[in-house]
Ligand binder design. Structure first.
Ligand SMILES: [Zn+2]
Length: 133
């Protein structure tokens, strides 16, 4: 596996804020520490896709076959991962659990109902069943 060129923007500092003005899928920023991958802007990413960090974390760790831990704004993954792979999974999450399949707007809510989970669109009112994770 080739890891060169990964996390190019590492060490670029982004001021963490506690809000995100508009919906946006940010690219990960971070670096490697030994075999671990540290995503330094995880908090900001979660804010901008408007989902709960725990839900997003569960999805990512499953998809990336890595364990993960949230520390403040950072996500620490137990495997050495290329930023592209992490970004791909973030996109997959956004397409599956944030954007409305019908109107493509991000104004949605996740609802759990027993063993099922639904994505409800606040813009067009559609409700879709999604994988429970
Ligand atoms: Zn919709």
């Amino acid at each position: 596996m080739e890891y060169e060129g990964l996390l190019d923007e590492a060490y670029e500092n982004v001021e963490a804020t506690d809000e995100c003005e508009r919906f946006e899928v940010l690219k990960v920023k971070g670096h490697h520490e030994g075999v671990r991958t540290i995503i330094s802007n995880f908090g900001q990413i979660v804010l901008c896709i408007r989902r709960k960090p725990e839900h997003f974390l569960k999805f990512l760790t499953k998809e990336l076959a890595s364990s993960g831990e949230i520390k403040g704004d950072r996500l620490i993954l137990s495997r050495k991962l290329a930023s592209k792979d992490v970004n791909d999974k973030i996109e997959k999450y956004v397409n599956g659990f944030v954007l409305c399949p019908k109107c493509k707007k991000p104004d949605t809510e996740l609802e759990n109902a027993g063993a099922k989970a639904f994505l409800r669109c606040l813009a067009c009112g559609e409700k879709y069943e999604v994988h429970k994770i």
